[in-house]
Design a protein around this ligand. Structure first.
Ligand SMILES: *Cc1c(COP(=O)(O)O)cnc(C)c1O
Length: 482
């Protein structure tokens, strides 16, 4: 029988042409990474990139490739050695190779018995080893710490009433505890879980921006006295503002005494367990019930790649597992390989993120990755020392890890507005890309170094440019208060 009306498939008519296209794009991609350290950090996207053309009705391969190539220079800048904003990983060229293999396999890691699943199992097992979790723990590769947090706290919430919540809805009165420095994804998780963000108590911090554990205990006592049901403590290893690490051991003690789930947001900080210098400060991680962290930040896997590690495999699976008839398990054949990853998170279809994580660890090893983390911490301290040595600058928080917060100072100036403007001008000039945050009511320049390409000289360039922009703005009497 012949097709009545033949429609060409999506495969190329001519594989030689396809090979040529792919090779060309691969060359462009490698060039992009090879020159990541040169030129401007960030460039505002041109207007033609911001236009919204109609959806293509007839496709055009050549034009598609041209447009993708033109896109390459307009990244966020995080591959550049002087990108210091927020907490961004800088990526590695090798990821291009892993992404090619993942693209060729087009694997769905929701479940079933196939090669990719075993790569993710290796990653899960490596993560348990990294944090000293038992073999019986469970884990899942996810898009990032935000989703990892959701998975952990849903498991914690549902375990509270033996998973009845899954059918009957949220039990009232559940409350959890974290610090005022905690990332916003934790409050958003409380919101998404139907607990409400008010049920997340924000405990004040000490001078080092770490959770005040005396205030924590008092808050738990007060909530119990009021008839509420505490269920979780959320500590942070590497808080966004200044990189503070909560006193994880004391938090673990309180969680154990109070019978609470101890979750740690370790988005970037937890991975500092690979650094000989930082590891002794992270011993409490081994006692956590769950750790959420990212591979796309300090371990430089390309976006996106996060992970959730959970001590109580049973709670993790029972919070998510759902096996209707069409997803039934089998002992043999494609439906084997149980339990499936979909039983540990909200997604059914899942891409092969695990491969780029696996390849990163396999190619570079934990020693080198750990040394790079140590180097970034030393660089943050170097920057703080230079800031302290220059009267035009003021250090705004102690360096806890890899983040240095400082500001340019001058008399009779609105320093918050001045420093916010300095950061914008640094970004617009393309010379460096720090971001800002607010500490003790003041807007400050925040330099986060999660970047394996950063050299000490890049920090000298940053300070010099900051100094000259600050001086110029003050001379122009911008933001003067008198
Ligand atoms: C980045 C970050 C998050 C959010 O992680 P995503 O991977 O962006 O979802 C949470 N907590 C901390 C401390 C972070 O730095």
């Amino acid at each position: 029988m012949t097709d009545i009306q033949h429609i060409p498939s999506l495969d190329p008519d001519n594989w030689d042409n396809f090979r040529a296209r792919a090779h060309q794009m691969l060359e462009s991609a490698i060039d992009q990474m090879a020159h990541a350290g040169e030129g401007r950090v960030w460039t505002e996207p041109p207007d033609d990139l911001k236009t919204l053309p109609p959806i293509p009705v007839q496709g055009d391969a050549a034009q598609t490739d041209t447009q993708m190539k033109a896109l390459l220079p307009y990244g966020v800048g995080n591959t550049h050695p002087r990108f210091f904003g927020w907490v961004h990983g800088s990526g590695t060229p090798s990821n291009i190779i892993a992404d090619m293999v993942a693209g060729a396999m087009n694997a769905n890691l929701g479940g079933r018995d196939h090669g990719a699943i075993y790569i993710e199992k290796q990653v899960v097992s490596w993560c348990k080893a990294m944090f000293g979790f038992p073999e019986t723990a469970s884990g899942l590769v996810v898009s990032g710490t935000s989703i990892a947090t959701l998975i952990a706290l849903k498991s914690a919430r549902d375990r509270m009433n033996n998973f009845a919540t899954r059918a009957s809805g949220v039990q009232p009165g559940l409350v959890g505890y974290t610090s005022t420095q905690t990332h916003s994804c934790v409050a958003r998780t409380f919101d998404m879980l139907g607990l409400g963000s008010d049920a997340l108590r924000k405990i004040p911090v000490n001078d080092a921006f770490e959770m005040d554990t005396v205030a924590l205990q008092a808050a738990i006592d007060a909530d119990r006295a009021a008839g509420l049901t505490p269920f979780a403590i959320i500590g942070t290893a590497g808080a966004v503002n200044v990189g503070a690490i909560d006193d994880l051991d004391t938090l673990a003690d309180i969680a154990a005494t109070e019978n609470l789930w101890f979750h740690v947001d370790g988005a970037f900080g937890a991975t500092a367990i690979l650094s000989d210098k930082i590891k002794p400060r992270l011993t409490g991680l081994t006692r956590a019930d769950s750790i959420a962290f990212d591979f796309h930040k300090w371990l430089h896997v390309n976006y996106d790649a996060g992970f959730i590690l959970i001590r109580d495999e049973d709670a993790h699976r029972r919070a998510f597992s759902e096996r209707p008839d069409y997803l039934a398990a089998a002992d043999r054949g494609l439906a084997a390989g149980n339990p499936w990853p979909t039983e540990y998170g909200p997604e059914l279809s899942r891409g092969f993120r695990a491969l780029k994580i696996w390849a990163q660890l396999s190619e570079h090893g934990t020693d080198k990755l750990g040394q790079l983390i140590t180097q970034n911490c030393n660089q943050a301290q170097y920057l703080a020392d230079k800031v302290n040595a220059d009267p035009a600058f003021e250090l705004c928080a102690p360096v806890a890890l890899n983040i240095c917060c400082f500001r340019f100072t001058a008399p009779d100036v609105d320093l918050s507005r001045l420093n916010a403007e300095i950061v914008i001008q640094l970004q617009l000039d393309g010379v460096a890309a720090p971001s800002t945050t607010v500490l003790n009511g003041n807007t400050v320049i925040r330099v986060n170094i999660t970047n394996h390409r950063t050299a000490y000289s890049d920090l000298d360039i940053l300070l010099k440019a900051t100094h000259s922009i600050g001086t110029k703005l003050v001379l122009e009497r911008s933001f003067a208060t008198t």
